[in-house]
Design a protein around this ligand. Structure first.
Ligand SMILES: O=C(O)COP(=O)(O)O
Ligand SMILES: [Mg+2]
Length: 225
C-alpha cells in the first residue's frame, strides 16, 4: 500500500529508531541497587518502556507493568533522581540504531521529506543520543515526553509538531513501534506505520491497526517513494 502526498514523517525513538533497552536496563538496575532493591533482566525491562521515564521508574519499583498500586512519594522522588542521574551518564553506551535506520532516514531526507522525532523519553536525553549515533542533523524538530503536558498516546505532541512546522495532519505520517504511537496517530487523524521489531509490551502491533506494518525499517521507503 502506498501512502500518498506525505511531506512530514514523525518518528518515535525508543524501539523504532534505536534499541535503548540495554542502557535503560543498566540505569534502572543501578537505581534499584542503590535503593537495595531487586534488579531485573533486560527482557523484563523491555516490557516497561513506552510511557516515559516516570512510568518506567514506577514499574521498576513495583516490579510489574501494572501500576495500579501507589508508590511512596518520597521513595519515588529518590528513585527518579537516581535513575535520571545514572541514565544521563550512560545514555548511549550500548544503544544502537536498528538495521537500515540511518541510510533510510538519509534517503527520505534526500527525497524531500521533512523529519521529526516524537518520543516519550525526556527531551534532555534525545539530542545527546542522536548526536552520539550521528543522526542529529536529520530532524527539524524533536519533542520529548516532557515537552508538553501531554505525551503519546495523547495526540497533542503530533498535532503540535504539524502546527509548528506548518503542515497538515493529512500530509504527515507517524512511524512507531508501540500502541502509544498508533493510538496517538489515530486520535490526531494521521496515518501511521507500525514496526514489528520494537517493544510494544510484547504485544502484536497489528492489533492497533496501523495503516502499514513493516518488519524492517528500510521497507518504509517502499510505501512512500
Ligand atoms: O521513553 C519511553 O518510555 C518510550 O519512548 P518512545 O516514545 O521513544 O518509544
Ligand atoms: Mg517506542
Amino acid at each position: 500500500m502506498k501512502l500518498h502526498n506525505k511531506e512530514l514523517i514523525l518518528f518515535d525513538l525508543d524501539g523504532t529508531l534505536i534499541d535503548s533497552v540495554p542502557d535503560l536496563t543498566l540505569a534502572v538496575n543501578e537505581m534499584l541497587s542503590a535503593l537495595n532493591r531487586k534488579t531485573f533482566p533486560e527482557d523484563t525491562v523491555r516490557y516497561w518502556v513506552g510511557n516515559g521515564a516516570q512510568m518506567l521508574v514506577k514499574r521498576a519499583l513495583l516490579g510489574t507493568r501494572e501500576t495500579d498500586e501507589e508508590v511512596d512519594e518520597v521513595l519515588f522522588e529518590k528513585a527518579m533522581a537516581l535513575f535520571l542521574d545514572f541514565y544521563a551518564k550512560h545514555l548511549a553506551e550500548s544503544t544502537v540504531t536498528y538495521p537500515h535506520v540511518e541510510e533510510t532516514l538519509r534517503s527520505l531526507k534526500n527525497n524531500g521529506y521533512r523529519l521529526a522525532v516524537i518520543t516519550n523519553k525526556p527531551f534532555a536525553f534525545v539530542g545527546p543520543i542522536l548526536k552520539n549515533l550521528g543522526l542529529d542533523d536529520l530532524f527539524e524538530l524533536i519533542q520529548g515526553g516532557d515537552s508538553l503536558p501531554q505525551k503519546k498516546p495523547n495526540p497533542a505532541p503530533l498535532l503540535h509538531t504539524c502546527r509548528t512546522l506548518g503542515l497538515s495532519v493529512e500530509t504527515s505520517l507517524m512511524v512507531g513501534d508501540s500502541k502509544n504511537d498508533i493510538i496517538a496517530a489515530k486520535a490526531a487523524g494521521m496515518q501511521s506505520i507500525g514496526v514489528t521489531y520494537g517493544y510494544n509490551y510484547g504485544e502484536d502491533i497489528a492489533v492497533h491497526g496501523p495503516n502499514v506494518i513493516v518488519d524492517d525499517f528500510a521497507d518504509i521507503i517502499k510505501h512512500l517513494i
